[in-house]
Design a protein around this ligand. Sequence first.
Ligand SMILES: [Zn+2]
Ligand SMILES: [Zn+2]
Length: 81
Amino acid sequence: MRVKVDKLEVGIMRSFEPLPCPICQRTYSSPGNLKQHLENIHMSSNELNFECRICGNKFKSKWYLHKHLHRAHHIRGRKET
Ligand SMILES: [Zn+2]
Ligand SMILES: [Zn+2]
């Protein structure tokens, strides 16, 4: 019986998974780096400029609003009028 180890080793070496930014698609090697990027680049303003048209909640960024729409109202990025 032969066991091939080379494939296993490759699998271990490729354990790094890039985390893409949901807004600009840049990739980061750790959740902390991605979070910092989101806060620095996409959430630089502390004003709550994004308002939910359904319940009136306000959010710091479009990204948070999208997350809220999806979670609270089950809406996925589509436009409704
Ligand atoms: Zn980004
Ligand atoms: Zn809402």
